[in-house]
Design a protein around this ligand. Structure first.
Ligand SMILES: Cc1cc2nc3c(=O)[nH]c(=O)nc-3n(C[C@H](O)[C@H](O)[C@H](O)COP(=O)(O)OP(=O)(O)OC[C@H]3O[C@@H](n4cnc5c(N)ncnc54)[C@H](O)[C@@H]3O)c2cc1C
Length: 212
């Protein structure tokens, strides 16, 4: 079994962010969470980690805009090139704002999922909720031990539909096997990998070439 978890980062900013994410209901997927906060005046997207690229940051921001159409801000935490990429896509009159100030502290607000962002310039911003997907990585070093190929996203490379890894006889499923880290995918790939293992073992037992 190969597990996966959120990456912990050494800086105090990241430690505080993790505390916030775990304890104060920031949302890593706005299909799964956030609907209950749709009456908030505004929301924020923290464009660091897996969201430190324009396409995923914009994806989250558009999702957030469905919930808080009066205000969405993408926070790039000092990443100037990301700020410029986002502004060039959004244009000057966008209803999605971009704020590139360096964040020094995140604080739980008084209401529901409210978050207060404190910046290096002394300013602060209040958001009804913060959306952010922490970066994931394989939590055990099986991939290195077994020499398994890994995708650019850090997941194990598998051959669909039976989820065999690059090493024949080793299968994986769920979060480790896909960038789509959702329960339905874990259920489906788990079933497919189970079928693949059975098919291969039966073929081997009869001296046949496996079709997996
Ligand atoms: C906060 C949060 C909210 C989510 N909300 C949703 C949602 O609303 N809808 C949705 O579809 N998905 C949601 N997901 C994603 C969903 O939970 C995962 O996609 C799904 O659980 C993945 O299943 P899995 O079996 O691949 O991994 P996991 O459920 O993580 O199971 C892996 C198991 O392996 C164990 N393990 C790891 N390493 C080892 C080892 N070396 N030896 C033995 N055991 C080990 C772990 O302890 C764990 O029990 C959410 C995820 C999070 C973190």
């Amino acid at each position: 079994m190969l597990g996966e978890g959120d990456v912990s980062r050494p800086s105090s900013f990241w430690i505080r962010l993790c505390v916030l994410l775990i304890g104060y209901h920031s949302f890593h997927c706005l299909f799964c969470h956030g609907y209950e906060e749709r009456f908030s005046a505004s929301s924020g997207v923290l464009a660091v980690g897996d969201l430190a690229n324009a396409p995923p940051a914009l994806h989250f921001a558009r999702n957030a805009h469905q919930l808080t159409p009066r205000g969405v801000t993408i926070y790039t935490h000092g990443q100037a090139s990301l700020h410029d990429s986002l502004v060039s896509v959004l244009g000057p009159d966008s209803s999605i704002n971009v704020d590139s100030r360096v964040i020094t502290r995140l604080e739980k607000g008084a209401h529901r999922a409210e978050v207060i962002l404190h910046f290096a310039d002394g300013g602060r911003a209040v958001e009804g909720f913060l959306a952010h997907k922490p970066k994931c990585q394989l939590s055990w070093n099986f991939a290195q031990q077994l020499g398994l190929e890994v995708t650019p996203q850090g997941d194990l490379k598998v051959t669909p539909p039976f989820c065999q890894t690059s090493l024949p006889g080793v299968f994986t499923a769920g979060d480790t096997s896909s960038m789509m880290k959702i329960a339905p995918n874990a259920l489906f790939t788990g079933a497919a990998a189970g079928a693949g293992v059975a098919a291969q073992l039966q073929a081997e037992a009869m001296g046949h070439k496996s079709m997996v």
